[in-house]
Design a protein around this ligand. Structure first.
Ligand code: ATP
Ligand code: MG
Length: 138
């Protein structure tokens, strides 16, 4: 059954001009790009988005990084989109990512790891609603 997930091409990948290659990999894997927009987010917006990680040692660095330059916010759709995107992304730490995954191909480090993908149905719903209005997804 078609499912939606939320994804970000993170600022490191945008800076390195990997956006096109990452979108091509997502497109080829069968995802529909339901919505996409470029944004430069504030540290406060990043903190709200990653609220689940508040208090972790990497929270301040992570939210500084996510607000360090433009990124692309996306809603993607396909059967089993949430799990399939996580698989296509590869492990959080690119050193552990499988060959051919987006993070293996394009991530520079554990923090600057090129792409975000929702990890469950409830987080996907929260994340889509955090960045997109209903009319943008019609
Ligand atoms: P994301 O939520 O961005 O899709 P993820 O679900 O694979 O990634 P999380 O555990 O949710 O990983 O961590 C969120 C993000 O925080 C990671 O993608 C990475 O950028 C950063 N991060 C996670 N763990 C660390 C760490 N130990 N040190 C530095 N940064 C980290
Ligand atoms: Mg996560």
């Amino acid at each position: 059954m078609a499912q939606r997930t939320f994804s970000i091409v993170k600022p490191d990948a945008v800076r390195k001009h990997f956006t096109g290659a990452i979108l091509a990999q997502i497109d080829k894997a069968g995802f529909q790009i339901v919505a996409i927009k470029k944004a430069s987010i504030s540290k406060e917006q990043a903190k709200g988005f990653y609220a689940v990680h508040a208090g972790k040692p990497f929270f301040d660095a992570l939210t500084t990084f996510m607000s360090s330059g433009p990124l692309f916010l996306m809603v993607l759709e396909k059967d089993n989109a949430i799990a399939d995107l996580r698989k296509l992304m590869g492990a959080t730490n690119p050193a552990n990512a499988e060959e051919g995954t987006i993070r293996k191909n394009f991530a520079g480090s554990l923090q600057e790891n090129a792409i975000h993908g929702s990890d469950a149905e409830d987080t996907a719903a929260f994340e889509i609603g955090y960045w997109f209005a209903g009319y943008e997804l019609a």
